[in-house]
Ligand binder design. Structure first.
Ligand code: SF4
Length: 327
């Protein structure tokens, strides 16, 4: 499927400026993300509306723990990604061109609205940022039907398109993959600074924001850099939920899986500065309940994807306003 790419102003040395990769793209070739290329002299979006994966997922699986807990959301993904993380857990669709079904924005929104109890549409699985035009066109249609728009993203986009996405998104989970330039450059093929800037602008735009950090042994498990990352997140807001996720060997990375002990150690370190720290890809743990930071009352109890709202309402019995939407 071919679709003209929106004009995204950028340096004259690049053809596509949608993301910081700023690709030069020769006729008949594609950019690094594989989703966008040049044909007959024009920039085109090859993966426009090409849906490779579509499932009803618990919102907790995105992961979003403080955004309508216990609800399910239609989750869709295409192919391609503008990063190339050695440990990519979705490399089958992120690092290859994959066939899918063309679903135009109107049909996507309409389909989402016919699913009982559906919260909305989550753009996920591959990197949604490279489907910029598709999301920008779909989001108002989804909103008009009373549904929410969610992005699960690496946050690696140029400033202007990122702000446009923030303007039409209700909630995001952004991957903060590490906290050094070297890690982003050598392991992910990107840069740290644009991701930090975009996390900050999503927060300032009022998007409900949660972060995920996949901890890979010996690659990004340095306690010093981790501490710096936690301090930086806390400087934005100590309320931002952080998901520390267990890595398993995949794609080009053979390091052993993250030990549950290391995850728990990092959870405790992070919880010294952040109020909502969770661990993922491990057996269910009490640490994944959402509790009042002031009085300790359990607001949301979780056993894996089984969710119980223990304390409905917007305010805790101690008077604290809850940081959980939709309970
Ligand atoms: S969106 Fe794709 S084609 Fe455009 S600059 Fe980024 S990687 Fe290159």
């Amino acid at each position: 499927m071919k679709h003209a790419a929106f004009a995204v102003n950028g340096p004259e040395t690049s053809d596509c400026s949608l993301c910081p990769n700023a690709c030069r793209i020769a006729e008949g070739h594609r950019g690094r993300c594989r989703g966008r290329g040049r044909k007959n002299g024009n920039l085109v979006v090859h993966n426009y509306g090409v849906i490779v994966s579509a499932h009803m997922d618990p919102i907790e699986k995105k992961p979003l723990y403080h955004f309508y807990p216990g609800r399910s959301i239609l989750s869709v993904g295409s192919y391609g990604c503008n990063l190339s993380c050695r440990f990519c857990q979705n490399c089958e669709i992120s690092q290859h061109e994959v066939n899918g079904e063309f679903i135009p924005p109107q049909k996507l929104a309409q389909s989402a609205s016919t699913i009982p109890e559906n919260l909305g549409v989550a753009f996920t699985y591959n990197e949604p940022g490279i489907s910029y035009e598709y999301i920008l066109e779909s989001a108002p249609l989804i909103h008009n039907l009373g549904l929410k728009v969610v992005l699960v993203t690496n946050g690696y986009l140029s400033d202007a398109p990122w702000r446009n996405l923030c303007g039409c998104t209700d909630a995001m989970n952004i991957d903060l993959k590490g906290f050094t330039d070297e890690f982003y450059a050598n392991i992910c093929g990107g840069k740290l600074a644009p991701v930090l800037k975009n996390i900050q602008s999503a927060h300032e735009a009022g998007v409900h924001l949660e972060l995920t950090n996949l901890i890979v042994p010996e690659l990004n498990d340095d306690p010093g850099y981790f501490e710096e990352m936690i301090t930086w997140i806390a400087s934005l807001s100590t309320e931002i939920p952080l998901h520390l996720s267990r890595y398993f060997p995949h794609y080009k990375e053979n390091a052993p899986p993250t030990s549950p002990e290391l995850l728990e150690d990092f959870r405790v370190r992070a919880a010294r500065k952040l109020k909502n720290v969770f661990i993922g890809n491990v057996s269910p743990t009490e640490a994944n309940n959402s509790c009042c930071p002031d009085c300790g009352q359990i607001w949301v109890e979780r056993h894996g994807y089984s969710v119980h709202i223990k304390s409905p309402g917007t305010t805790c019995t101690c008077g604290r306003r809850k940081s959980v939407h939709g309970i």
